[in-house]
Design a protein around this ligand. Sequence first.
Ligand code: ADP
Ligand code: MG
Length: 241
Amino acid sequence: MMEDAFVQLDGVAKRWNGQLGVEDISLSIPRGSFVALLGPSGCGKSTTLRLLSGLELADEGRIIIDGKDVTTAAPSERNLSMVFQSYALFPHLSVAENVIFGLKVRKVAAAERREKLRRALEITGLLGYEARKPGELSGGQRQRVALARAIVANQPLCLMDEPLSNLDAKLRASVRKDIKKLQVDLGITVIYVTHDQTEAMSMADIVVLMKDGRIQQVGAPESLYYRSANTFVAEFVGSPP
Ligand code: ADP
Ligand code: MG
């Protein structure tokens, strides 16, 4: 096992009634990196993320996060936050209440909640929107609320599943910058699912390209582009012929 891996998957597999989800997933993810799980629809990206989160349990293999074997651990025991493509906000709660919801559950003191809220709203450009309800926000703003919630959760690992897919192109570019702040400014390790190769290649330090439940290539964006492991990789990332 790689010594400095923050997240490690060893031979992870998941099936449903014999139908393949993912197979033989082995990965070493350094602390502080931005990893994109990339590939066409149905290739196993979300399944890999759900196995990391504990929303699904692996049939085979091991998952280690920050030195702890979490293969069978509940999501709450894995020290991670999640951001999904659907914002999963409480519609009846304000922006502020949505962001600090988890802090209240954990009985964090009011003064600390206020400070964490202020900082998260500052990072995501949402200062002044505290009292709005999700229904009064644009899609981009709603996704920023979800990011702010991940920020106040203060976890070292954040899992994101196609967080930009409900946004138009212009909004996507600006929310993308806020997502990068989690890694660059806050030092959070981000594992990011997308089917969009431009998104993956521009945002990630490490791209994991998948097909039919299996990893095809892992590496820096340039290495997938210039040293594609096979024709699928070359075609998917649009390598020069
Ligand atoms: P992606 O996120 O890359 O589009 P998924 O991880 O969602 O792909 O799906 C990978 C494969 O696993 C697909 O063939 C999908 O149909 C199957 N799969 C995912 N979740 C389930 C489930 N709960 N039950 C049965 N099959 C599933
Ligand atoms: Mg998916």
